[in-house]
Design a binder for this molecule. Sequence first.
Ligand SMILES: Cc1cc2nc3c(=O)[nH]c(=O)nc-3n(C[C@H](O)[C@H](O)[C@H](O)COP(=O)(O)OP(=O)(O)OC[C@H]3O[C@@H](n4cnc5c(N)ncnc54)[C@H](O)[C@@H]3O)c2cc1C
Length: 380
Amino acid sequence: MNKNVLISGGSVAGPALAYWLHRHGFTPTVVERAPRLRDGGYAVDFRGEALDVLDRMGLLDAVRALDTEMGDAAMVDAEGRRYATLPAAVFAGDLEVLKGDLTRLLYEATREHTEYVFGDSIASLEEDGDGVLVAFEHGAPRRFGLVVGADGLHSKTRALAFGPEERYLRHLGIHTAIFNLDNYLGLENTGLLYSVPGKAANIFTARANTEARAAFHFAADGLRYDRRDTAAHKRIVAERFAGEGWEVPRLLAEMDAAEEFFFDSNAQVEMDTWAAGRVVLLGDAAACAAPTSGRGTSQALIGAYVLAGELGTSGGDHTAAFAAYEEHMRGYVAEHQALGREGAERFFMPAPTQEVLDMLAANAPENTRTEPVRLQDYGV
Ligand SMILES: Cc1cc2nc3c(=O)[nH]c(=O)nc-3n(C[C@H](O)[C@H](O)[C@H](O)COP(=O)(O)OP(=O)(O)OC[C@H]3O[C@@H](n4cnc5c(N)ncnc54)[C@H](O)[C@@H]3O)c2cc1C
């Protein structure tokens, strides 16, 4: 029965886990709340051993083919004058791709041996001696041997198995909105960034300069709003950025019309344990390090590899497997979370000088300093 695993969340951690669970002889089912695969989205990057995991999955070349090939960006003032260069090394990692492109690739690599259920969510979990009875918001109830919450920062699985998210989220005082738009400035493999105290706006090219992504970031503590009310999110951003210079008025108009829109607090997840009985958490659901760490995708991929490997070699003892997974990941995650907090502290550098930006670039290798997680060979 333990071979039958439900994974909540079909973004990065979920499909990556499905891939490795199948390699270890499990039967994964992924339930994803979104009605279909999410294409595009913002750019995410990979560091260190995550590239090794992609290689072990046979996907490294395919991911490299999706590289955004982002070059250096420019800092601009309120009149649009470029006053400094922001080296790509500061923000693009070892390899950068659009998150939706990565999700599609992982989906294609797993769909043959994974049941994907889109447009649904776990509604309740009831564990007994040999499994978990799972009720869904739409589908009929089903039994699984194990349940993995890979459903992100606001994990429903975590709420059901461990309690409300307020217990576990540490907000870093930054809110971010990101949306798709045309590359109306005709930029080529680059971005422009406007930064004033407590606020920043940027635009970056995407998909070989045929599209762009823009973002607004602002400092805010204790902001209250309905997480599902997109119109309210857009209003909050518009109010914060009213009267700002550069392309901000045009970007606000573009945001208003944008269908692909993301808005959230930059937060971390801190938990004493990621396992409760037959339920375990993975990726951002377990230990979000925040976008300011630049490590979330790598952490999700490596965590999936380790969790599946430990389950595959545990001889059916999920409690021992979950404990070993945590032991392997804890130090690595702690480093990422420290990076996330440091990144948040220096996020709103007002008009940073070229000297400071060059120093950040020079330190970029140091930013990849995280203690490498030793990728064990799990024999598949
Ligand atoms: C603006 C931004 C920029 C980032 N930049 C980087 C970067 O440069 N480098 C980097 O490494 N990381 C970056 N990250 C972080 C990275 O996106 C995450 O760490 C990574 O996607 C975590 O993957 P995940 O699969 O754990 O969670 P997520 O990608 O959050 O996926 C969770 C999935 O679960 C689904 N879901 C949610 N609730 C339910 C439910 N009830 N039932 C079923 N499914 C559900 C969601 O729809 C989603 O598909 C960034 C994040 C943000 C927000």
